[in-house]
Design a protein around this ligand. Structure first.
Ligand code: ATP
Ligand code: MG
Length: 358
């Protein structure tokens, strides 16, 4: 098992820079989710790490071993000890499940039925599937075979490129859990590329957010959600309520009334971030100073619901409530805020949180 360290990695295709100096450290035995919008360079980064392509500058090290960008030529992909699970699984259609899993193994191990069986077991598949062809498997089963194939040579690092994107919601959950268990069982270090913020937050030890070829934040899921680097990251990793505000003595005065702000923000104009689950609704009582809102659309998801609200000044916000006790569209409700907001300067949309240096 090895860590992964990427330093100052750049890559351009023709005149178009795709990676603009990426630094990333993935500690041994942990899973990092690589999250970012389409086209930001996620697959390119994985391909450089795997050795399918060479960086323009910067280095890739697996453990202490520099495999790309060091002196001399890069280590060839097959000698990096890295397993790769491509998007859509990419199984060989003419080989059986056992043939696919054994593909990267030395010849004498390929026919070792025990080894294939134990790999099937690791990814939570029945040994009876070994003789099937890929087209006789469900999408989720194919993904697990692709993972078993990547794990077969006991790689120290596994790279997964959007492995669940083609699966429906239920199968996605189940395959995600099976993959997490399999990675845990082998202790492999892993990088998982995803578009899906819920997947990133739920599966990863740390989340790396890539934007326009740069890593903009690398931290654990809870910190990423609660203290995003800037408003772009905030809106990318979950739903956000963003309001203009006037900050005075640690309180944001905004369309939701006075809201306490995290940290020690400088006084002045700012934008504040709340999450929809921080808004609480109740029946309006005659309470002095209470904030009344008009309920718009109510989207019911079962476990919870999104409720659109129009505030007295016309601002539209969204609340996320548990699904049990929902207001009706058109109703008037009282709104309160739970917890505090995070403040960002107004001048630049992607600025960092406003804090007075200690
Ligand atoms: N071989 C290539 N030649 C030219 N341009 C390329 C090549 N590979 C990727 N690109 C470009 O580099 C950019 C980043 O591509 P990449 O595949 O890394 O994005 P991504 O973050 O994986 O996106 P997605 O989420 O859609 O998979 C894109 O603009 C893409 O068109
Ligand atoms: Mg991609």
């Amino acid at each position: 098992m090895s860590s992964l360290t990427v330093t100052g990695l750049t890559k351009a295709f023709g005149a178009t820079p795709v990676l603009r100096g990426v630094d990333l450290h993935v500690p041994t035995g942990t899973l990092t989710a690589l999250l970012g919008p389409s086209g930001c360079g996620k697959t390119t980064l994985l391909r450089l790490v795997a050795g399918f392509d060479d960086p323009d500058s910067g280095t890739v090290a697996v453990g202490d071993r520099v495999v790309a960008g060091g002196p001399g030529r890069g280590v060839p992909a097959r000698r990096r000890g890295i397993g790769f699970v491509p998007q859509e699984g990419g199984l060989f259609p003419h080989l059986t499940v056992a043939g696919n899993i054994g593909f990267g193994l030395p010849r004498h191990e390929r026919r070792d039925g025990g080894r294939i069986r134990s790999l099937l077991e690791i990814v939570g598949l029945d040994a009876a599937l070994a003789a099937r062809s890929p087209h006789q498997l469900s999408g989720g089963q194919q993904q697990r075979v692709a993972l078993a194939r990547a794990l077969a040579p006991a790689p120290s690092l596994v790279l997964l490129d959007e492995p669940f994107s083609s699966l429906d919601a239920a199968l996605r959950e189940e395959t995600r859990a099976a993959v997490a268990t399999a990675l845990d069982a082998t202790g492999a270090t892993a990088v998982l590329v995803t578009h899906d913020q819920a997947e990133a937050l739920s599966m990863a030890d740390q989340v790396a957010v890539l934007r326009e070829g740069r890593l903009v934040q690398l931290t654990d899921p809870q910190t990423l959600y609660r203290s995003p680097q800037d408003l772009d990251v905030a809106t990318f990793v979950g739903e956000a309520v963003v309001l203009t505000a006037d900050l005075r003595a640690g309180t944001a005065h905004c369309a939701l009334g006075p809201v306490p702000v995290d940290g020690a923000p400088a006084d002045g104009p700012a934008r504040v971030l709340l999450r929809p689950e921080q808004l609480r609704l109740s029946a309006p009582g005659p309470v002095p100073g209470e904030l009344l809102a008009l309920v718009g659309a109510v989207d019911f998801y079962g476990h919870d619901a999104r409720v659109g609200l129009t505030l007295p000044d016309g601002t539209a916000v969204t609340a996320r409530l548990d699904g049990a006790d929902l207001p009706a569209a058109g109703a008037q409700v009282a709104v309160t805020v739970r917890g505090s907001a995070l403040a960002f300067p107004t001048s630049v949309g992607t600025g960092q949180p406003t804090s007075v240096p200690a």
